[in-house]
Design a protein around this ligand. Structure first.
Ligand SMILES: [Fe+2]
Ligand SMILES: [Fe+2]
Length: 274
């Protein structure tokens, strides 16, 4: 999907991106999610959600988010996480969210224009593979299928980043980690299923201004990939509902300077599993 939104920034040339992953909506959390979005509406120009939007991938849980974002004043761009696939009803979840105005990226990209500044977002869920000792394309069909699924995400991320190459600000939005640094805090034995180093290749090649992921609830907020900032924005890691990244687009020089500022204390929490 390649779409275009138009909105207005408070400070010309400065873009405020509110990001959160792993909000794990369910029926009991409706008011907490609603309050979190209401607070961030005044603090950002757009909202990015890094997957695990629901607790168990049930449409009723996606309804909670859909109700909150329907009529929301800012563009909301999201990807799915592994939890959103758990009930084999991902298609319904996407349909519900799209119906509420969310741009759901599935191995694709979108462009949001804020006060004349174009923000390109490349979105893939990503998948498993690990770091250092990685998953090989060998053996039983299930292993080879998993390897192929990660390959499809790597290729899609490459294509999506290429499609937003001309944007003033470029963000890669994933659920699984493309670097081990933001997994620090998770048991190393789990890293194989928390991310894949193969996802780093298109990021290093296209050099987006910001890389966001979630999934590792016990990981670390800050990392980098060949000098490119990478952040694990799982709400459990951030300890707040959203982190607002302020990006200054310096189009004349063709570069973007990333800064960070703080949003609200967390009231949106999921269960402790990734
Ligand atoms: Fe996850
Ligand atoms: Fe999660």
């Amino acid at each position: 999907m390649l779409g275009t939104w138009l909105t207005m920034s408070q400070v010309p040339g400065r873009i405020r991106i509110a990001a959160a992953g792993d909000i794990h909506c369910d029926e009991d959390r409706h008011s907490a999610v609603e309050e979190a979005f209401a607070r961030v509406a005044a603090e950002a120009d757009l909202v990015l959600l890094a997957g695990d939007l629901t607790t168990y991938g049930e449409p009723a849980q996606a309804h909670v988010l859909a109700d909150v974002v329907r009529g929301f004043p800012l563009p909301v761009v999201a990807i799915l996480g592994n939890h959103d696939w758990h009930s084999d009803r991902a298609e319904e979840i996407v349909e519900l969210l799209v119906g509420a105005g969310v741009v759901v990226l599935e191995r694709s990209s979108t462009i949001v224009t804020v006060d004349g500044v174009s923000i390109g977002i490349a979105g893939v869920k990503g998948f498993v593979g690990g770091f250092g000792s990685t998953w090989a394309n060998f053996g039983e069909p299930l292993f080879r299928q998993a390897y192929a699924d990660t390959t499809a995400d790597v290729d899609a991320l490459d294509a999506a980043l290429r499609s937003i190459a001309g944007c003033d600000v470029r963000v890669a939005l994933l659920h699984y980690a493309p670097v081990a640094e933001t997994l620090a805090g998770e048991p190393e034995g789990l890293w194989l299923v928390l991310g894949a180093e193969r996802l780093a290749r298109p990021i290093v090649a296209h050099r987006p201004d910001l890389v966001l992921h979630g999934h590792a609830h016990h990981g670390s907020f800050e990392g980098s990939l060949d000098g490119i900032p990478v952040h694990n924005v799982a709400v459990h890691v951030m300890g707040r509902d959203f982190w607002v990244f302020e990006l200054e687009a310096k189009r004349a020089e063709g570069e973007v300077v990333a800064e960070e500022s703080v949003a609200e204390e967390s009231s949106v929490r999921g269960e402790p599993t990734p």
